[in-house]
Design a protein around this ligand. Structure first.
Ligand SMILES: [Zn+2]
Length: 64
């Protein structure tokens, strides 16, 4: 999952990151991945990340 070496803009924080992975069609940097993993479901940031992920999933479906 961590094979990509070229910079890509993270779909969550929108910063360019060389390290990360694709979740569906969205590039996620390592720092965002850690945040998502550590967030509690009742953390306000959690819903924001989930919303981002849902948008990504919708985009992936639309592009098919
Ligand atoms: Zn990020």
């Amino acid at each position: 999952m961590y094979a990509k070496e070229l910079g890509e803009n993270c779909g969550v924080c929108e910063k360019e990151s060389e390290k990360g992975f694709y979740l569906l069609s969205m590039w996620i940097c390592l720092s965002c991945e850690r945040k998502i993993v550590e967030l509690d479901a009742d953390d306000s940031d959690y819903m924001w990340y989930i919303k981002k992920l849902r948008e990504s999933k919708m985009n992936a479906m639309l592009l098919q």
